[in-house]
Design a protein around this ligand. Sequence first.
Ligand SMILES: [Cu+2]
Length: 124
Amino acid sequence: MKPFLGALLAILILVLGLTALSCKKKSNPMGPGGGGADLTISIVADAGSGAFGSGPDTVLVGKTVAWRNTRGITHTSTANGGQWNTGNIAAGGTSAAIQMNTAGTFTYACLIHPSMTGTLVVKP
Ligand SMILES: [Cu+2]
């Protein structure tokens, strides 16, 4: 009986350990600190043309961009031409990385505060 209980305990510890490991791998890519985007643009103001940093920012086609909200209220990054929309980025949060597949110069704004504007240049 005792060896059986010992084996059972060992299996239980193993399962718990594996569960802890697999949980670590699922760390939220949208959490603070960024999801490993090629370019992370900081939202630094709640209004105006400098809201998304000093810009315009530049990336190559195929690269990914995320927006990090350093402000105290929720913002979005939404392309005026509909190319992307991060959805709401909470205070202190970072959006998902968005792949830029089309070259061009894109103006964008915050859906909640339309006076917040930025420009992203995607180079071929
Ligand atoms: Cu906003």
